[in-house]
Design a protein around this ligand. Structure first.
Ligand code: NDP
Length: 332
C-alpha cells in the first residue's frame, strides 16, 4: 500500500517535496473492518486551503472512490464501491466505527447506472451538491435574471451555470482560458464568457450584462469578485463558495481588499458563505436531481483525468493552475 504524507507545510504553490510518497504494510483485518482499494481519487482546491490545519506526518486529505476487496463487516461487503475521505492512500483499512465519523463522509456509492463511477467525485458527489445547493438555496434565482459565475469552467462552476440555464436565467461565465470559454458557450449553453486574464473585466461584464447582475456565484474572490459586486442590481444575491485567488498566496503580500461595502449597502446585497455539508441531510436530493438532469440531457459534465497514483501531486498542482476543464480526478 502507498500513501502521501505531509512532509512540509506549503508556501505558495505546493512543491512536490512538500509531500512524501511512502509505502506501508497493512495488518490483517479485525472483525468489523474492511479493506478498500482506491479506484479514483479526487484533487480539489479545498485541499490547498485546508493544508495549514494538517499536522506534519499525517496522510494528505482527500476523497476517493474505492472498491472493497476484503471485508469482515456485513455493512461493507466485498465488491461494493465506497466514496469517502480516505485521504491520498492506495489502500485503506476502515472499521465500521470509523466509517460513522461524519468528517470521513463514507458512504456506499449509489448506483449511477451506466455512468462512470468517477462521477461520484464530481457531478454526482460533493462538487455537484455544492453547485446544486450552494446556488439554488443561496442565490434563489428567478427566471429571466442575470447570473454570473466565476471559476466557471471548473467542477462546481460549470454545473452552476447549467443549473442557472435550467432555471431560465441569463448566464455569464468568468474563467481564465478561451478554450474553456468555447466549451461553456458552445456546449454548455452559457450566454457569455469573459476571460479574466484579459484586461478590462469591468467593461466586458458591463457589455454582457447591460441590465446588471442579479446573482453571483463566487468561486474565486479578489478583484474579479469586487468587479462583479460593483455591477450588481438592487437586492442582488451572492453565494460565496470559495476564494481560490488567495489559496496559493501568502495573504500578507496580497493587495489590500478593494472596498466593496459601498456597493453592498447601496445595492442592498445579500452575501452568504456556505460549506456544502450544511446540506448533509438532503445529500441524496442533490445527487438524484443532478442524475435526472444528466439523463434528460440538461446537465453535461467533463472530467480531466490523470492516470496513476504516483501522479496525484502533478494533477493537484495542474488543477490549482487552471489545467483542468470540469472535474480533476486521478485514475489509479
Ligand atoms: P475547479 O475545478 O474550478 O478548479 C480550480 C480552478 O480555479 C482552476 O481550474 C482555475 O481555472 C481556477 N483558478 C486558479 N487560480 C485562480 C485565480 N488566481 N483566479 C481565478 N481563478 C483561478 O475547482 P472546484 O470546482 O472543485 O472548486 C471551485 C471553488 O469552489 C474553489 O474555490 C473551492 O474551494 C470551492 N468549493 C467550496 C465548497 C464549499 O462547500 N464551500 C465545496 C467545493 C468547492 P481558470 O483557468 O479559470 O483560472
Amino acid at each position: 500500500a502507498k500513501k502521501y504524507i505531509l512532509h512540509q507545510h506549503f508556501s505558495g504553490l505546493p512543491k512536490e517535496s512538500d509531500l512524501k510518497l511512502v509505502e506501508e504494510e497493512l495488518p490483517d483485518l479485525k472483525d468489523g473492518e474492511f479493506l478498500s482499494e482506491a479506484v479514483y481519487l479526487s484533487v480539489d482546491p479545498y485541499m490547498r486551503a485546508y493544508e495549514p490545519r494538517l499536522k506534519l506526518g499525517t496522510v494528505f486529505i482527500g476523497s476517493q472512490i474505492a472498491k472493497i476487496t476484503e471485508s469482515k463487516s456485513k455493512q461493507y461487503p466485498v465488491d461494493k464501491y465506497v466514496v469517502g475521505q480516505f485521504g491520498w492512500r492506495s489502500h485503506t483499512i476502515t472499521s465500521e466505527e470509523e466509517a460513522k465519523d461524519p468528517e470521513l463522509s463514507i458512504r456506499i456509492l449509489p448506483d449511477f447506472g451506466k455512468l462512470p463511477l468517477s462521477l461520484g467525485l464530481g457531478v454526482l458527489g460533493m462538487p455537484g451538491n455544492t453547485a446544486y445547493f450552494g446556488f439554488l438555496e443561496i442565490c434563489k434565482p428567478k427566471e429571466g435574471e442575470t447570473v454570473v459565475v466565476s471559476g466557471a469552467a471548473g467542477a462546481v462552476g460549470s454545473l452552476v451555470g447549467q443549473i442557472a440555464k435550467i432555471k431560465g436565467c441569463k448566464v455569464i461565465g468568468i474563467a481564465g482560458d478561451d478554450e474553456k470559454g468555447k466549451w461553456l458557450v458552445n456546449e454548455l449553453g452559457f450566454d457569455h464568457f469573459i476571460n479574466y486574464k484579459k484586461p478590462n473585466l469591468a467593461r466586458d461584464l458591463a457589455k454582457c450584462a447591460p441590465n446588471g447582475v442579479d446573482c453571483y456565484f463566487d468561486n474565486v474572490g479578489g478583484e474579479i469578485s469586487s468587479t462583479v459586486l460593483s455591477q450588481m442590481n438592487q437586492y442582488g444575491r451572492v453565494s460565496v463558495c470559495g476564494a481560490i485567488v488567495g489559496y496559493n498566496s501568502d495573504l500578507s503580500t496580497l493587495p489590500k481588499a478593494t472596498i466593496t461595502q459601498g456597493f453592498i449597502v447601496f445595492k442592498q446585497l445579500k452575501i452568504e458563505g456556505f460549506v456544502v455539508i450544511r446540506w448533509r441531510d438532503r445529500w441524496m436530493e442533490g445527487i438524484d436531481q443532478n442524475l435526472k438532469w444528466i439523463s434528460e440531457g440538461k446537465l453535461k459534465y467533463k472530467e480531466t483525468v490523470t492516470e496513476g497514483f504516483e501522479n496525484m501531486f502533478k494533477a493537484f498542482v495542474d488543477m490549482l493552475q487552471g489545467g483542468n476543464i470540469g472535474k480533476a480526478v486521478v485514475k489509479v
